[in-house]
Design a protein around this ligand. Structure first.
Ligand code: AMP
Ligand code: GLY
Length: 421
């Protein structure tokens, strides 16, 4: 089988790494990939949003299965386009991707089908939204409707902050048309967990739970990022909670999508707040999470290609998905300045000095002079270790991280610390 992965981040490197382990694979391609995927796959110089070029490459090469990493090509309809060409592809259609690409759509779906979520009201008119927000008390959450690279949510601790966020979105249009509508939501407290599931539109199989860290600095300080680290499993999230989330959230969401005439196939990612009462949905994503995937896939025992094919062929019910009992910790190394402006092109050293069991998933990296690896983005690497306990996995990863270096590199020192201390 020839498989193509769309994307160039550490999530896609982890997907390619896992797919490469399948005995079914005769050819593996990543578009565009990075310096980490180059040794295990053919990197194709095609941007993830160039859907026509991706389709043409898949036809020319004779790709048997395409796997989509990021949300943008899903939201642009890459799955519909490939299916139109008769090319097998893993991921939801453009219509089904609305569960991530429109927070208003997702909220209405949850409200209509009784899926637990924070109370919220949607607006497409600025003065009405403002009037409503003025009647609310802080803390309150303001969300732009559309995709905003993870920056569209403001958890405002004062009303001024909330009003400014609303004005930035709807008047300042800082996210463009993604801010045509907004969602104003009650602020929940509790612990956040990501529970991802495989689904063929009917059968739903949960993955193992994971936590991610969105802020750039230790103790959740500083601005939000695309994720600075992840671990699996969170100790408090027991099998009973997984069963509850399956019953009250994941299965109802998949049934609701089918009922709405937009059958959902692929990975459904539930971003959850676990409060004292019941788990509630903060967001749905239509794909594997980044960096959760880098801490989840190392624990997968079942052949990932078998799972992906079973979903594409609507026979997920025939499969059992197995995980090991390890703990896994992944820490993101980022460029100086990230998540703001940063420079690239710095050599990365020490990748050959790591203990054997350390997995390094590349994101913004490329090969340069003398076949050395250079930085090529803000998020550069996810460095991952497994262990019998979280303490062991955490110790291994933090023992190895200082051996890797590039100018200005930084990473959080507290990933999984709350599980250990
Ligand atoms: P989202 O992109 O919707 O996941 O939001 C980004 C982050 O904002 C989440 O991971 C939470 O930390 C926070 N957040 C979103 N919605 C709420 C809410 N209703 N209450 C409290 N925090 C929230
Ligand atoms: N880890 C958050 C996301 O993938 O959107």
């Amino acid at each position: 089988m020839k498989v193509m992965v769309i994307g160039g981040g550490a999530r896609e490197h982890a997907l390619a790494w896992k797919i490469a382990q399948s005995p079914k694979i005769t050819g593996l391609y990543v578009a565009p990939g990075n310096a980490g995927t180059a040794p295990i796959a053919h990197n194709l110089n095609i941007r993830p949003n160039d859907i026509e070029a991706l389709g043409k490459a898949a036809q020319d090469i004779g790709i048997d299965l395409t796997v989509v990493g990021p949300e943008a090509p899903l939201a642009s309809g890459v799955v519909d386009y490939f299916e139109g060409l008769g090319l097998p592809i893993f991921g939801p259609t453009k219509a089904a991707t609305q569960i991530e690409s429109s927070k208003v759509f997702a909220k209405k779906l949850m409200q209509q089908y009784g899926i637990p979520c924070p109370n919220g009201i949607t607006f497409s008119n600025y003065s009405e939204a403002r009037k409503y927000l003025e009647s609310q008390s802080a803390p309150v959450v303001v969300k732009a409707d559309g995709l905003a690279s993870g920056k569209g949510v403001t958890v405002a601790s004062s009303k001024e902050e909330a009003l400014k966020a609303l004005s930035d979105i709807m008047e300042g249009r800082i996210f463009g048309s993604a801010g045509d509508s907004v969602l104003i939501e009650e602020c929940l407290t509790g612990r956040e967990v990501s529970l991802l599931a495989f689904t063929d539109g009917k059968t739903v199989i949960p993955m193992i739970p994971a936590c991610d860290y969105k802020r750039v600095l230790d103790n959740d300080q500083g601005p939000n990022t695309g994720g600075m680290g992840s671990y699996s499993p969170p100790g408090f999230f027991n099998a009973e909670l997984t069963r509850q989330v399956m019953k009250t959230i994941l299965q109802p969401a998949v049934s609701a999508m089918a009922h709405e005439g937009m059958p959902y196939k692929g990975v459904l990612y539930a971003g959850l707040m676990i409060a004292t009462d019941e788990p509630k949905v903060l967001e749905f994503n239509a794909r594997f999470g980044d960096p959760e995937t880098q801490a989840i896939l190392p624990r997968l025992q079942t052949d990932l290609v078998d799972i992906l094919l079973a979903i594409v062929d609507n026979r997920l019910s025939e499969l059992t998905v197995e995980w090991n009992n390890d703990a896994c910790v992944g820490v993101v190394m980022a460029s100086a300045g990230y998540p703001g402006n940063y420079k690239t092109g710095f050599p990365i050293t020490g990748l050959d000095k790591l203990d054997e069991e350390i997995l390094v998933f590349h994101a913004g990296t490329k090969f340069g002079e003398n076949s050395r690896v250079y930085t090529d983005g803000g998020r550069v690497l996810t460095v991952t270790a497994s262990g019998k306990t979280m303490a062991e996995a955490k110790a291994k990863v933090y023992h190895n991280l200082p051996r890797i270096h590039f100018d200005g590199c930084h990473y959080r020192k507290d990933i999984a610390a709350r599980e250990v201390n």
